[in-house]
Write a protein that binds this ligand. Structure first.
Ligand SMILES: CC(C)(COP(=O)(O)OP(=O)(O)OC[C@H]1O[C@@H](n2cnc3c(N)ncnc32)[C@H](O)[C@@H]1OP(=O)(O)O)[C@@H](O)C(=O)NCCC(=O)NCCS
Length: 186
């Protein structure tokens, strides 16, 4: 395995939208092939995603945050976003909305570094618990289990004319996770 890279975790800026869009589309095609309809993956466009991320990164929201993992010389290799939880039936206050590491940079501690910094952003905003929704068949759910997430809910979502089982993982007290154990240097 390669040694841990020097990674800078920093807030995303509108100028990062193209790089975020590339990681997003690449990660979706790699992670979701066979889980969601092929046509959705084929039709994904980096330029359309870049427009969406430009808008999201230009919004100055107190609650939401987008963080990127930046490797000198390689650029943005991962990103994640978080904010106030969208589904009020669950008691967890914050939510991880997205977390993606480019396939060639996975398994090097970057996902963990991003997740812990997203947790920090949530606690900074007074959101002391968090959840994430993940496709039940996505092996990424084992990453969330490795990060201490507890299975707290399940749902069937109807999307793209198909039914997608999803699982929510929760962390009850993020303040306990404010530690130095953040993977590669940032
Ligand atoms: C899930 C994801 C963000 C993890 O990022 P990563 O950089 O590969 O993970 P890390 O290297 O930080 O892993 C941290 C720990 O979790 C473990 N881990 C990572 N992915 C795992 C998996 N799929 N199954 C089991 N364990 C996993 C690692 O082995 C490591 O364990 P260690 O502490 O014993 O060393 C990344 O694989 C990814 O982007 N996947 C595709 C997109 C996706 O599905 N995102 C989630 C959407 S909800």
């Amino acid at each position: 395995m390669l040694p841990p890279p020097i990674v800078r975790i920093r807030p995303g800026r509108p100028a990062d939208a193209d790089a975020i869009a590339r990681v997003y589309v690449e990660s979706w095609r790699s992670a979701y092939a066979g889980l969601i309809p092929n046509g959705v993956l084929v039709r994904m466009s980096t330029s359309a995603q870049a427009r969406e991320w430009t808008q999201q990164l230009s919004r100055h929201s107190h609650a939401d945050a987008v963080l990127v993992a930046d490797i000198p010389g390689a650029g943005i290799v991962g990103f994640g976003s978080c904010g106030t939880a969208r589904r009020s039936q669950l008691s967890h206050a914050g939510e991880i909305f997205t977390l993606y590491v480019a396939p060639e940079h996975q398994e090097r501690g970057i996902g963990r570094a991003l997740l812990y910094r997203l947790f920090d952003r949530l606690t900074d905003r007074g959101l002391d618990s968090a959840l994430v929704w993940v496709l039940a068949l996505n092996p990424a759910r084992f990453f969330y289990e490795a990060m201490g997430g507890r299975r707290i809910a399940a749902k069937q979502e109807r999307l793209w004319n198909t039914t997608l089982p999803q699982i929510a993982y929760g962390w009850d007290d993020l303040r306990l996770l404010r530690s130095d154990d953040r993977g590669p240097s940032d």
